[in-house]
Design a protein around this ligand. Structure first.
Ligand code: PEP
Ligand code: MN
Length: 368
């Protein structure tokens, strides 16, 4: 059961204290409070966990500061939509607003290699007015002898260069909970010049202990990759682990499914399910065409398959694109063959913006 409070409820008021006391008095029920900072207003939701069948809904609705009460189905309790279209969705992080109505591009390095390449990437993004990027420091690799990422040693220059170029959010995968501390410490040490969206990679989709650790912290939002070999339902339940621990600032990312049917692409592109996740949950949805397609092959129209796939995701309503770029792909230490080049950045930005506009046009065609 979810108790939705009036927006901008003052948590120091006596009315709020009275409501909280009444809820705390419910026998066998645990409370979990979620504060969602939307663009305009702050929304507080209190989750009643336990056997809520016997609770008198009307009684709760009549408590002070309560706007309404929602009985939720079992699935995706916090992240789910539960047929309530009025619930605020999305979040603001470091002045960037993420929701099922926004669009952001996260173009950047699959793996950080040198400060020079980070600088070139970020300078190009800044010149194009971009405030988000991707930078891999901790890389999960199939082969233990492959480059594993520079880890915490590259964080100081990545964060400082981000600050220098006005980058506000960096998507960065973490593969162990200690990485959250390393990122936090380095941000503090460098004066918080930028922000980080913690990425859960497809190989860790069901690493429940990592999910719990990432969910327990509420400083960083999370970019959650769909598991490449499990059902959509299993991936959505895994994302719910983050929220159940307290962090509902989650973006759900499609990155293709491991399946021979996708060949010659690296994975089977699954962006047709973008609207499904938007319908079942309140999460903003991202597509990663680089790890889905995995090569620079192009169609006879001269447009790369990666670009076509990203376009398909955006035209279907995706809210974010995560894409690999590299200033010199042959020198890239990870995933060079799928990297776009900096000379392609401005065309890519224009194409994606056009696709997002086209989605908005499509939406208005079907509006009434
Ligand atoms: C990545 O984005 O760098 C990555 C490793 O992606 P995935 O987890 O989808 O393979
Ligand atoms: Mn990669």
């Amino acid at each position: 059961m979810i108790v939705i409070l009036d927006s901008d409820t003052d948590e120091t008021s006596t009315e709020y204290a009275g409501t909280l006391a009444a809820l705390n008095a419910l026998e066998g029920i645990q409370l979990q409070t979620h504060v969602i900072q939307g663009k305009q207003k702050k929304l507080t939701e209190i989750y009643l966990l336990g056997d809520t069948q016997k609770i008198d809904q009307e009684k709760i609705e009549n408590l002070a500061c309560v706007e309404r009460v929602l009985r939720v189905s079992e699935a995706y309790r916090i992240l789910g939509r539960h047929q309530d279209e009025r619930r605020v969705s999305g979040f603001v992080y470091n002045d960037v607003h993420f929701s099922q109505d926004t669009y952001h591009l996260f173009a950047g390095l699959c793996a950080v290699d040198t400060p020079e390449h980070v600088e070139m990437m970020m300078r190009s993004l800044a010149q194009q007015g971009q405030v988000c990027t991707r930078m891999g420091a901790y890389k999960p690799r199939t082969n233990p002898y492959s480059f594993q990422g520079h880890g915490k040693t590259c964080l100081p220059y990545v964060f400082e260069l981000a600050g220098k170029h006005g980058i506000q959010v960096i998507a960065m995968e973490v593969t162990h909970e200690s990485h959250i501390d390393e990122i936090t410490e380095c941000l503090e040490r460098t004066g918080n010049p930028t922000g980080v969206m913690l990425q859960i990679g497809t190989r860790n989709t069901q690493n429940f202990e990592l999910l719990k650790a990432v969910g327990r912290q509420q400083r960083f939002p999370v970019l959650f990759k769909r598991g490449y070999g499990v059902s959509l339902n299993e991936s959505l339940n895994a994302a719910e682990y983050l929220a159940s621990e307290g962090n509902s600032m989650v973006v759900f990312c499609f990155r293709g499914m491991k399946n021979d049917a996708g060949a010659p692409h690296r994975n089977l592109v699954d962006f047709g399910q973008v609207p499904v996740v938007k319908r079942l949950t309140r999460m903003p949805v991202c597509v990663d065409p680089s790890h889905s397609v995995g090569s620079r092959d192009a169609a006879p129209d001269g447009i790369l398959d990666i670009v076509h796939s990203a376009a398909q995701g955006l035209v279907a309503g995706a809210n974010m694109v995560l894409v690999d770029f590299h200033p010199n792909p042959p020198e890239a230490l990870v995933d060079g063959p799928q990297a776009l080049e900096l000379t392609e950045l401005s065309k890519f930005i224009d194409d994606m913006a056009a696709c997002h506009d086209f989605y908005l046009q499509r939406k208005s065609i079907w509006a009434d």
